[in-house]
Design a protein. Structure first.
Length: 94
């Protein structure tokens, strides 16, 4: 069986985004509440929906893919709402 060759048209990015953060203790004083901030996260990978992510309302990134059995499959997938994105920086052409 001959393997199908797939074009790889995805660009590598680093996405910096905010995530929900919560206090670890069951009881917190006012300083704990005042100091609590969203977690700043970074995702490194390829953007699956680069052309449509603004209209979609989210960006989908993946870091791993397979081209076995004449099909392409993706792994290490992260879907981030646009409202959480702080920055999106392209790292290379692919």
């Amino acid at each position: 069986m001959q393997n199908i060759k797939f074009e790889f048209n995805f660009k590598k990015y680093i996405c910096t985004w905010q995530d929900i953060n919560s206090a670890d203790n069951p009881w917190n004083d006012q300083d704990d509440i005042t100091e609590l901030r969203p977690a700043i996260c970074k995702t490194l990978g390829y953007v699956y929906n680069l052309e449509t992510y603004k209209a979609d309302g989210y960006i989908t990134m993946f870091a791993t893919w397979s081209e076995d059995h004449n099909a392409r499959e993706f792994g290490d997938i992260c879907c981030i709402p646009n409202g959480c994105i702080v920055s999106l920086t392209q790292l290379s052409d692919n």
